[in-house]
Write a protein that binds this ligand. Structure first.
Ligand code: MG
Ligand code: ZN
Length: 186
């Protein structure tokens, strides 16, 4: 059955560096999974305002053996619980479990994860905001025909400083809360 999208549409978020603190040593457990200030409230606000919020995340730590599926489920239970406690909902989470040399089609900057969401919702991604902190998020968004938005959390400041000309003029926000506020005003 076709999964329903809320009236105001779909929004796709990267996870690490957008919703939670990223770590060069990888985020390996629910305990290490720490939300960035305002991110949980932003997701709850979007969801309560009638957006469907989905997450698309590279998790090569699985391929690297740094954590397992159970640990990943624990992180995502924590995310869903925190958002739920504020009256919102994360509708769907898709991850690429592969490493950079696995030759998969889902690891961003490839658009496979976004295509998977498009199939799930049987929806076009045209005009769908994809919010990320790294160039590969923006590239995946564009490759899938979605609209890339950059936040300055995580790798975002560095990404902004070295932004390819192809992404000149995209919307850039200090954090997810600011991006959500802008989307809620539209
Ligand atoms: Mg990221
Ligand atoms: Zn993959």
């Amino acid at each position: 059955m076709k999964a329903a999208i809320a009236p105001r549409g779909l929004i796709i978020l990267d996870r690490d560096g957008v919703i939670n603190r990223d770590s060069a040593a990888f985020v390996k457990s629910a305990d290490e999974w720490r939300p960035l200030p305002g991110s949980i409230g932003a997701i709850a606000d979007l969801s309560k305002a009638g957006f469907t919020v989905a997450v698309a995340s590279n998790q090569s730590g699985l391929a690297r053996g740094l954590f397992d599926r159970a640990a990943l489920r624990g992180m995502h239970r924590k995310l869903r619980r925190l958002v739920g406690a504020q009256g919102g909902r994360v509708d769907r989470i898709v991850v690429c479990p592969h490493g950079p040399d696995d030759g998969c089609s889902c690891r961003k900057p490839l658009p496979g994860l976004l295509h998977r969401l498009a199939r799930h919702y049987e929806a076009s991604l045209e005009g769908v905001p994809v919010i990320g902190d790294s160039a590969r998020d923006l590239e995946a968004a564009r490759a899938a025909g979605a609209t890339p938005l950059l936040v300055r959390t995580g790798n975002g400041t560095r990404t902004e400083a070295s932004l390819d000309d192809a992404f000149a003029g995209i919307a850039i926000y200090d954090d997810l809360a600011a991006a959500a506020a802008a989307l809620l005003e539209q």
